[in-house]
Design a protein around this ligand. Structure first.
Ligand code: ATP
Length: 297
């Protein structure tokens, strides 16, 4: 996969703080990645997204988009669709907001997209109303329409599910899935709603106290095995299964990926059964929840 964004030793210390909100982050984002950005409150997620969208400058380090340092180049954000802070004007109608947005960004060639975009986010029927009178979820959808109207190939969404009811959340996921299925698009979505992220994302970036703790691909788990403490020999054996089998020594959990071959799966279960180390076997539905548990422990 082609490298799209390269983040090099990125750090940010806000002027009035004595601490770094982001410290020495190095990560690469590939074309087509749908990234879930996760981390506790205050971890640095919004800071990370604001740096990528040039809303703020790094203290040190750089962000390259297709090889260009975004903070040193002009017009580099052209292919970006951004939903970070409220960008619409509450007392202009929805349709006027979109027209206005396209005009001030010199992107009037996308005016023909307005109808389709508003249909996609379910706001076409409300196009002549003003967002000031909208519910929170409808306001979120106005912001999303603004992010999508220029058909961005790189979409950056900060907590898009916050404040939406379950129907709103599932509609938004459908919209994003539909969007991604129709075009080559890269997304970064920050959220605390792990289940929602898991239904969308192909990769995750976990930030903790301003540091990138882990960047990892979605590992579609087939099952999770709770074991007793494993011997070094058994741990060595597990390593032979490569990425399809992950063992966490902290909580004695083995996660088996869906990619494992039938032969390997049978072998592995036989070995574990003979060693009499299995406590329980379950379906592992949430890679992220398990990951947070591990981090706490
Ligand atoms: N403009 C600012 N000035 C000073 N400090 C800031 C500013 N913005 C964020 N911070 C601080 O930087 C740290 C990271 O904040 P950030 O908003 O990036 O976290 P977050 O992971 O997005 O949190 P949340 O999940 O609560 O939205 C926090 O300690 C926060 O107080």
């Amino acid at each position: 996969m082609q490298e799209l964004v390269k983040i090099n030793n990125l750090s940010k210390k806000y002027r009035k703080n004595s601490f770094y909100s982001l410290k020495d982050v190095n990560v690469t984002i590939n074309d087509g990645d749908i990234i879930g950005l996760i981390g506790k409150n205050g971890a640095g997620k919004s800071t990370f997204l604001k740096l990528i969208t040039k809303a703020i400058n790094p203290t040190t380090g750089s962000i390259e988009y297709k090889g260009q340092n975004i903070h040193q180049a002009d017009n580099v954000l052209e292919p970006f669709g951004i939903m970070i802070e409220t960008v619409f004007l509450p007392y202009l109608s929805v349709i006027d907001n979109l027209n206005f947005y396209l005009e001030i960004h010199n992107k009037t060639e996308y005016k023909d997209n307005i109808k389709n975009t508003l249909n996609l986010v379910g706001l076409w029927a409300h196009r002549n109303r003003k967002p000031a009178d909208f519910s929170f979820g409808m306001k979120q959808r106005v912001a999303l329409a603004i992010a999508l109207v220029t058909e961005p190939s790189f979409l950056i969404l900060d907590e898009p599910f916050v404040g939406l009811d379950p129907v709103g959340v599932s509609n938004l996921i459908d919209i994003l899935k539909q969007w991604a299925s129709k075009r080559q698009v890269t997304m970064i979505i920050s959220s605390h709603q792990l289940e929602e992220l898991e239904s969308l994302c192909t990769r995750y970036i976990f930030i903790d106290q301003g540091q990138l703790r882990k960047a990892f691909n979605k590992n579609v788990a087939l099952m999770e095995i709770q074991t007793t403490k494993l011997s070094d020999d058994l741990i060595k054996t597990l390593k032979q299964y490569g990425q399809t089998v992950e063992y966490n020594a902290q909580n004695n959990k083995i996660v088996i990926s869906k990619d494992i071959s039938q032969k390997d799966l049978n072998n592995l279960l036989l070995i574990l059964t003979q060693a009499q180390v299995i406590n329980s076997i379950s379906n592992n539905n949430s890679q992220l929840k398990g990951f947070f548990d591990t981090e706490k422990g």
